[in-house]
Design a protein around this ligand. Structure first.
Ligand code: SF4
Length: 149
């Protein structure tokens, strides 16, 4: 198992500092990979990244909303999701006060249900790692190069 960052991620970055084994990296280019991603091979499942995310975007893989029969994510209303196919503008600050601009977002309505499960395979794709079901990634991301930087 690994932990998974989902489409609720708005690049706050506190998870990067919290991770004791430095396996969380920003997606690049952010238009194609708008979140931060966790190297599924290197993650030691400590859970330290979860409480520091102000967007509650990180889940243990088997607890990701919508994944393998889990209930869908039910929006509080007002929070944003970020996906490459979306075009909504969002601006905020990361944990260091640095401006974050995303043009891949949409604001959720209260009670809206969202399937966050695609994040599981996308995370594996970013690192070119075989998915949990053993299949190869469909896309090849720059994840391991990003970790090495
Ligand atoms: S669960 Fe622990 S090791 Fe895995 S990404 Fe989060 S902080 Fe890093």
């Amino acid at each position: 198992m690994t932990y998974t960052i989902t489409s609720l991620c708005l690049r706050y970055k506190a998870c990067v500092d919290a991770c004791p084994v430095d396996v969380i990296v920003p997606g690049e280019p952010k238009e194609e990979w708008p979140w931060f991603y966790i190297d599924p091979i290197g993650c030691i499942d400590c859970g330290a990244c979860v409480p520091v995310c102000i967007y509650d975007a990180i889940f243990a893989e088997d607890e990701v909303p919508g994944y393998r029969g889990n209930p869908l994510y039910r929006a509080m209303g007002g929070e944003f999701i970020s996906l490459p196919e979306l075009d909504g503008h969002w601006e905020g600050e990361d944990v260091n006060g640095k401006l974050v601009v995303l043009d891949t977002t949409r604001q959720l309505e209260a009670g809206e249900e969202v399937d966050l499960a695609p994040a599981v395979n996308l995370n594996f794709d970013y690192f070119e790692a075989p998915r949990p079901d053993g299949t190869e990634p469909e896309k090849v991301g720059p994840g391991y190069e990003a970790v090495a930087m």
